[in-house]
Write a protein that binds this ligand. Structure first.
Ligand code: XMP
Length: 514
């Protein structure tokens, strides 16, 4: 039992930017939760284990007059409902309050005046800083509701119907800018919904182990290991469940970072004792990439070649039944960036995986957020180093070398990239940046060394902060860190005489250069 069979919270997503963050906060409080579209039919919500519903926010466009209601049945399921931001407006609206849809309130940091420090707001101090949603004014509360908090300019910052167990907060308890917000979330989960906090990593691992065992039976399982966090944790979990029935295939396409292939072999074959087929396909990939400069053609070639190699190897393994994939919750979550959209995020894997092999999919991490995946990995004995590794594109270093990919350029890039990562780790900043790497812009310039002129490569450094790679900003790395990266690269990497730092956000740039 992972706790999800016993207790579950549902978050109805009206398209706001914080729904996923809110879901993570609920999970941090050890209660399983799911994010569903705001208009999910009530049958999808019902269940023995349903303990409460949270109505989440909506982007600014929702205030322009279009009111998006959830199913009215949400309020008759007999479980507590908490509306946050737009969620509070819609809750007030649907329960008969008067909402001035045209009268907008400003957003930002403000101090909360607590009127009733009990129940939802138990332990919340008067004067606490909170992050107010941009929203609209509530002119009159629905029947049965009390005002429980306000601010100097927001007359209804929180409201409660203790009897009906309906609640609303106009500010965001889930964001970092509301330091005491977790108290409110926990009050809702524990005091109001009666949750016990049963969702734990250890329980998840136990439960999944049993589920996978039962599902796979005597079947044979295949996994394409990329060295990334998700596929590694998925493989380790399935290995724990079915041991030698699992075979992992790791294709070294020659476009990996320094030491990566060795690390994967060490972790999986030596340490965990996984059946690992290591395929050295370096020459094959480089051969096909010779003379190719167009980024999309590179991607296509690598994707196709990957599938070919993978299929060849799988063919040698005899009959197979299942294919493990490291799909995680943000990949499958149905949530729109705008209200009403039901967008399933496409996630690019290592160029996609074969579809015609007729294998059943095994996706043991489908319900987990990234931080949970890391905790599961830790529980399974994977190294922190591997678990915190930055995302790396499937086509690897091929998209970090502008122009033709050659052995010589790969060697330079691998060394330079290792230095970037080492120095950022040494400064204790690795986990604060989303991705940090070196790239080779296919640019040579003049320099001096000793008495002579050089004409050598420029290395560019890219380091960005981001939440989901959809947008990103260049990381404000301290000058000293940039200086030591640059010093070391020009000193230690032969063939490089210049280092530059990319200071462009996404958009308009992208994270990768190709
Ligand atoms: P961009 O460059 O589009 O990258 O800002 C967004 C995120 O996606 C990664 N990326 C890729 N991942 N195959 C992948 O598996 C690809 O072809 C690919 N291109 C970009 C990139 O590293 C960043 O995390």
């Amino acid at each position: 039992m992972t706790g999800k069979e016993e207790e579950k919270i549902i978050i109805l997503d009206f398209g706001g930017q914080y729904s996923q963050l809110l879901a993570r906060r609920v999970r941090e409080a050890r209660v399983f939760c799911e994010v569903l579209p705001y208009d999910a039919p009530v049958e999808e919500l019902k269940g023995e284990n349903l303990r409460g519903i949270i109505l989440s926010g909506s982007p600014a466009t929702a205030f322009s007059g279009e009111v998006l209601p959830c199913s009215p049945a949400v309020f008759t399921l007999g479980v507590p409902v908490l509306g946050i931001g737009y969620g509070m407006q819609i809750l007030a609206h649907q329960l008969g309050g008067r909402v001035a849809w045209s009268k907008s309130l400003a957003s930002g940091r403000t101090q909360l005046r607590v009127i009733q420090a009990q129940d939802l707001l138990a332990g919340v101090n008067d004067g606490e800083t909170v992050w107010m949603d941009h929203g609209v004014a509530i002119e009159s509360l629905p029947a049965g509701f009390d005002l429980i908090a306000c601010t100097w300019d927001v007359p209804v910052a929180a409201m409660a119907d203790l009897e009906g167990k309906f609640y609303g907060v106009q500010y965001h308890p889930e964001v970092r800018e509301t330091p005491g917000g977790m108290e409110v979330i926990k009050n809702f989960l524990y005091r109001i919904c009666g949750c016990q906090g049963l969702w734990t990593t250890a329980a998840f691992v136990e439960d999944q182990t049993e589920t996978i065992k039962a599902q796979v039976g005597e079947g044979k399982v295949l996994c394409a290991l990329s060295g990334g966090v998700d596929s590694s944790v998925a493989a380790a979990l399935v290995h724990r469940a079915v041991g030698d029935q699992l075979t992992c295939v790791f294709v070294n396409h020659g476009l990996l970072r320094k030491g990566e292939a060795e690390e994967v072999r060490h972790t999986f074959a030596a340490k965990l004792g996984v059946n690992l087929v290591y395929v050295d396909a370096r020459e094959r990939f480089l051969g096909r990439l010779a003379g190719v400069t167009d980024p999309e053609r590179k991607r296509k070639i690598i994707g196709e070649e990957f599938i070919r190699v993978f299929e060849e190897e799988a063919g040698k393994l005899g009959h197979l039944d299942y294919l493990v994939q490291g799909t995680i919750y943000p990949d499958v979550i149905e949530s729109g960036t705008a209200p009403g959209t039901r967008l399933v995020k496409s996630h690019h894997n290592v160029g996609g995986l074969p579809e015609d092999m007729n294998l059943k999919l095994l996706e043991p991490l489908r319900e987990l957020f990234k931080d949970e995946v890391r905790r599961v990995g830790s529980e399974l004995g994977l190294d922190e180093e591997l678990l915190w590794r930055h995302p790396f594109p499937g086509p690897g270093l091929a998209v970090r070398i502008i122009g033709e990919v050659t052995e010589e350029k790969l060697a330079i890039l691998r060394e330079a990239d290792a230095i970037v990562v080492e120095e950022i780790k040494r400064a204790g900043l690795y986990r604060e940046v989303w991705q940090a790497f070196a790239l080779l812009p296919d640019l040579r310039s003049v320099g001096v060394r000793g008495d002579g002129r050089t004409y050598a490569h420029t290395v560019a450094i890219r380091a960005v902060t981001s939440i989901d790679a959809m947008t990103a900003d260049w990381a404000r790395l301290p000058h000293e860190v940039l200086a030591s990266i640059s010093d070391r690269i020009v000193k230690e990497v032969e063939g490089v005489n210049r280092v530059v730092y990319d200071i462009t956000a996404k958009p308009p740039a992208t994270i990768e250069w190709e």
